[in-house]
Design a protein around this ligand. Structure first.
Ligand SMILES: [Zn+2]
Length: 307
């Protein structure tokens, strides 16, 4: 992507954010909402515009059609219906589908809040969990990355070197990772702690066809657009909520200083080019980065889009 395109994306993003703000303000004024939460219709437009900006090669149009906001991806219109991303046919059986999560993401690490340990799960809660599992997953993300099954995902992979290690990633993010690596290496020239961090890394985990642990959602590792960067040794530090939960029921109360965090500059570089970092999630995964430009755009963060 040329500098012209980068500037264009930034200008579009600024226009988009200002436009969104305008939409939210108008909506708020019209219906006298007390909360900052956009209405369902406004949320739908924000999500669809963010997807269009985040994946301009794949998602080529966005418009309000047939009563819902929709995006055109690979010749299929996907509609945003009550938080679900569904094609025309799937809209008929909306109740059978689960919502697509575009999680909240913050520019800074959210303030640490100690939380009470919840009561043990009741039978009723387990039934609810069972019900959630039986709902179908929208094929939207599989279609976006053209990885509808393991074989198709495998065909999209390319082996590349990243910070001196070999990884397999989706061919569409190869160039983006090359720029991320270049920026990290530049930063390491200025900051010796980044150089030390690079030298300490274990072989990274990248592609792996699997669901997110304890869920029916496809992990972004399945598409080859997530990467785990972890030093060979992290001592007594914690890095992944699920591992911590094996020996500590209040895993969420592990303070930040007891968690492994990559250098701040490295996190910022990944974010600049469209990756989110799992260290900002409540279910922390501090070694994990995944390519989610739409999540960053929805959170009002600028993204240099190289796709
Ligand atoms: Zn991961």
């Amino acid at each position: 992507m040329s500098y012209g395109n980068i500037i264009l994306v930034l200008i579009t993003w600024i226009g988009f954010v200002c436009g969104c703000r305008q939409v939210i303000e108008n909506k708020t004024a019209n219906i006298e909402q007390q909360s900052d939460e956009p209405s369902e219709t406004t949320r739908a437009e924000l999500v669809m515009q963010a997807l269009h900006l985040g994946y301009p090669q794949e998602i080529t149009a966005v418009e309000f059609r047939n009563g819902d906001w929709a995006v055109l991806m690979h010749d299929i219109w996907y509609y945003y219906c009550n938080g679900r991303l569904l094609s025309e046919d799937m809209r008929e059986e909306i109740a059978n589908y689960r919502a697509q999560i575009f999680y909240r993401y913050t520019e800074e690490l959210p303030p640490f809040v100690k939380r009470p340990v919840p009561e043990p799960r009741t039978r009723n809660n387990n039934n609810n969990a069972q019900q959630r599992v039986s709902l179908k997953r929208s094929p939207f993300m599989d279609d976006l990355w053209q990885s509808r099954d393991r074989n198709e995902a495998y065909d999209n992979l390319r082996s590349v070197r990243f910070l001196g290690r070999s990884i397999r990633v989706h061919y569409k993010i190869v160039n983006i990772l090359a720029v991320v690596e270049e920026r990290i290496l530049e930063a390491a020239e200025e900051d010796h702690s980044i150089k030390t961090w690079i030298n300490s890394l274990a072989p990274p985990e990248s592609w792996s066809w699997r669901n997110i642990a304890a869920t029916e959602s496809r992990s972004f590792h399945s598409y080859g657009v997530a990467i785990d960067l972890r030093p060979r040794s992290i001592g007594r530090l914690q890095t992944y909520w699920l591992w911590t939960s094996q020996h500590r029921s209040d895993w969420f109360n592990v303070p930040y200083e007891e968690r492994y965090h990559p250098p701040e500059t490295v996190i910022k570089i990944f974010e600049t080019y469209g990756f989110t970092w799992g260290g900002k999630w409540q279910r922390f995964d501090t070694m994990h980065f995944e390519y989610r430009p739409e999540v960053l755009i929805l959170s009002g963060m600028p993204v240099i889009n190289l796709m």
